[in-house]
Design a protein. Structure first.
Length: 205
């Protein structure tokens, strides 16, 4: 189901599937990105009893307006969580979307039940002190061969976010069997393994 939710920064479109505890997912910075980066994960999560919102961040996909910085996108994400009565929700993102989720968790910890960071940006932007302040359960998932954001980034998040869980996915390839543009989207190209890792995390926290 497609749904548009009003936020203080403008309307935000979401692909919504399932019923149950909420998971809100953000895509990356590339202009072609949209909710569809999560399309291989929605069925597994919704069938497992979760309500999944895969977002078109403002200025992307079916969401109108100009593209915003990650702080404003995080504010819009939190507006959506409040408008839909989802708090506390699991927030997640891939690449730049991970920064959006992190910004939201730092701004309003009570609204966030868990964090899921997939090949996330943020190293060199957030401080160790900021990461050390995160108290919710956090899953860090990384494509082993990511050439956009190297594996050392996963180690940094794992070392600075208290109690975080780091999972590495090897051999990320696209549908043609050719290594994708850096192993940067394991949730797309190794979706079965990713889905199991995420569900194990959700069920254990």
């Amino acid at each position: 189901m497609d749904k548009t939710i009003e936020t203080n920064h403008g309307p935000i479109h979401a692909r919504l599937e399932g019923k149950g505890p909420a998971i809100v997912l953000a895509h990356g910075y590339h202009p072609d990105n949209s909710w569809q980066v999560w399309e291989n994960n929605l069925a597994a999560l919704s069938e497992a009893g979760y309500r999944v919102y895969a977002l078109d961040l403002i200025g992307y996909g079916a969401s109108g307006g100009e593209r915003l910085g990650q702080q404003q996108q995080a504010e819009a994400m939190l507006d959506l969580v409040e408008a839909e009565g989802l708090a506390p929700a699991t927030l997640g993102g891939v690449s730049w979307g991970g920064m959006v989720a992190l910004e939201a968790a730092l701004a309003r910890p009570a609204a966030v039940a868990r964090l899921v960071l997939v090949d996330s940006a943020g190293v060199g932007f957030f401080s160790e002190e900021q990461m050390e302040s995160i108290s919710c359960p956090t899953l860090v998932v990384w494509g082993e061969d990511d050439t956009v954001l190297s594996l050392s980034n996963a180690a940094w998040f794992g070392a600075t976010i208290p109690g975080s869980r780091v999972e590495i996915i090897a051999g990320v390839t696209d549908q043609e069997g050719v290594p994708d543009w850096g192993g940067h989207h394991p949730m797309r190209f190794k979706s079965q393994e990713f889905n199991q890792i995420l569900l194990d995390f959700l069920r254990s926290t």
